[in-house]
Design a protein around this ligand. Structure first.
Ligand SMILES: [Zn+2]
Length: 583
């Protein structure tokens, strides 16, 4: 490839600050000029060399000549190496080289895969290129001939300044935040149900799926909010919608991607289009090129994949890493790159026999068309079945026909902002909620369902529930909601697990039981020891081993005491030490 306008001088530095910022789509339509372009790096080549200048000596007039090209070029044409003084063609030319990498920029919100701007990065800018990141690059547009595209002319962007951009382009205003707070306060504990009813009202039913997708959306960029010593904890919630064809699966997928900016929807049959969902290395213009697929390009957002079962084997292994670690590594044809991809995956698929479930009220994990370790990484699995119950079918029909006559409202603008604001919350899980979730998990595991990952899922769900409610603490109510919601997932595989009771309530009930049985007075301190001996959960909750059980030293013991003396039948018969008796 050769630069056609060599004499175009680079514009001096003082004008840099007045350069117009344009999207990729506009830059592609320019013929020349200096601009700033904002976009996401979606591909990069291996490092190669270009020629930034030449130097030669004319043996006719005995004079040296040095030429610096304002834009580096790939090769020298015959008439370029000419003596400036006598116009003689020179054979022996020395080259100055510059390190070069070509990247492609794509608009952030564009769904047009073909609108990519080729950018030359030189020397220092070729180091630590973070593919998949948003950048603002300043430089000049030039039209060049493409080598392997029938000598067609294309715009190229010569970078001079590259800045990685981490700013949030869709910032919330104070007015937005005020409105969200008021709306949430008004609907109080029903706020999630309200959001579910606002979620694409043109799709009838599937309230639990809509709720699940909202939980995925609100946790989609929250990895690393809680740090442990070694690595970032995954907070992303992945969901799998699986069921008989012709149901609302793909519509739900499309709708949820509209609720989180930068999300992508990929429709199935990837194998036939030869396109990778994660990343591929291909040979283009005699150089290897790493090109990112939609999964890493929608990091911190959602990547919805229709017909999930039909993807490449390479993609499947990359998905394992993306879903758990939020990063995968590509190592092919000399390109070795770790690619950050903290993306939330929402997948859909038909059952493995492609038309219907084998069982009527229960599915087998072998009917899900994906590798077992991948299935294990999905936090939520929703099963879709054709309606067969007359009452349910009638309800559907009546709701559907009602939609014909009225305008379907679109609340997505509010939901987008609500989710965006909710993401700022990083709720802590209270001790009570922790124990409830632990106990629920124990009951699931002793029935031999799933893997130990379910415990993480329960914690994630409870946090996303608290987030949507704009809460700082995951309390017993949120834990309860998480367990009941997870039971819907379990329903499709086996019987429902009974939801755990708050350890606070268990401690209280156990105390009452003991007081009743005793039928005489007991010091409060002895009572606490007795309930700890009687119930393992209470023992862990009150931290029997490591913490004082004295009222003024243990908040949980004090709470228990307050609850007990509030009971009409429990009397305090002595003050120091505190003695209680059932009357
Ligand atoms: Zn000469």
């Amino acid at each position: 490839m050769t630069t056609m306008i060599h004499d175009l001088e680079r514009i001096s530095d003082e004008r840099i600050h007045n350069v117009e910022l344009v999207p990729v789509s506009k830059a592609l339509r320019m013929n020349f000029g200096r601009v700033k372009v904002k976009g996401m790096i979606c591909s990069l080549t291996r490092l190669f060399k270009m020629i930034s200048g030449i130097k030669f000596y004319c043996d006719g007039c005995m004079k040296p000549t040095e030429i610096n090209f304002p834009f580096p070029i790939s090769n020298i044409r015959k008439n370029e190496a000419k003596c400036h003084y006598c116009n003689k063609n020179i054979e022996n030319v020395n080259y100055y080289y510059v390190n070069t990498v070509v990247v492609e920029l794509q608009d952030l919100e564009s769904f047009n895969d073909l609108e990519r701007l080729r950018v030359f990065l030189f020397d220092g800018d070729t180091e630590n290129i973070r593919v998949g990141e948003t950048v603002i690059i300043e430089g000049q547009i030039l039209i060049n001939e493409s080598k392997n595209n029938g000598k067609k002319l294309f715009p190229y962007f010569y970078a001079e300044l590259i800045q990685y951009d981490r700013s949030d382009s869709t910032a919330l205003t104070q007015t937005d935040i005020g409105a969200i707070n008021r709306f949430t306060k008004k609907h109080n504990s029903k706020i999630i149900d309200t959001l579910v009813s606002m979620f694409d009202p043109s799709i009838i039913g599937y309230e639990h799926v809509k709720k699940g997708l909202l939980l995925c959306a609100v946790n989609s960029s929250c990895d690393g909010n809680t740090r442990n010593s070694t690595n970032l904890r995954r907070e992303r919630v992945h969901a799998f919608l699986i069921g008989e064809p012709g149901l609302a699966k793909s519509r739900l997928l499309k709708s949820v991607t509209k609720l989180v900016p930068n999300s992508k929807y990929e429709s199935g049959g990837q194998n036939s289009s030869g396109k990778s969902l994660t990343a591929i290395v291909s040979k283009e213009q005699e150089n290897y090129l790493l090109r990112l697929g939609p999964a890493p390009l929608s990091k911190n957002a959602l990547c919805a994949v229709n017909e999930f079962g039909r993807m490449y084997y390479d993609d499947q292994t990359h998905f394992l890493d993306i879903m758990e670690e939020g990063e995968f590594t590509i190592n092919k044809h000399g390109i070795n790159a770790p690619i950050k991809s903290p993306t939330t995956i929402i997948a859909s698929a038909n059952p493995i026999n492609n038309s219907a479930w084998a069982g009527v009220d229960k599915i087998d994990i072998n009917e899900i068309p994906a590798l077992k370790p991948i299935i294990d990484r999905f936090d939520l699995i929703f099963v879709f079945r054709n309606l067969k119950d007359e009452k349910v079918v009638r309800e559907y029909a009546y709701k559907r026909s009602e939609l014909e006559t009225r305008k379907i409202p679109d609340y997505s603008n509010y939901i987008i902002k609500h989710i965006q604001y909710a993401k700022r919350f990083n709720p802590k899980i209270s001790d009570e909620a922790k124990i409830m979730l632990n106990e629920f998990f124990i009951k699931i595991r002793i029935q031999h369902f799933g893997s130990n990952r379910i415990l993480d899922t329960l914690f994630r769900l409870s946090k996303s529930i608290a987030r949507l409610k704009l809460k700082q603490i995951v309390d017993e109510e949120d834990a309860n909601e998480a367990m009941e919601f997870y039971n819907i997932v379990l329903q499709n595989f086996q019987s429902v697990i009974s939801v755990s009771t708050s350890p606070k309530v268990i401690a209280y009930n156990t105390s009452i039981l003991i007081l009743k049985e005793l039928n005489c007075s007991i010091t409060f301190e002895d009572l606490v020891i007795k309930i700890c001996e009687k119930n393992e959960q209470v023992r862990l909750y009150l931290n029997f081993e490591n913490k004082s059980l004295k009222i003024h030293k243990n908040r949980k013991v004090r709470e228990l005491y307050d609850m007990l003396v509030n009971h009409a039948n429990i009397k305090r018969t002595n003050q120091k030490p505190t003695v209680l008796q059932w009357m």
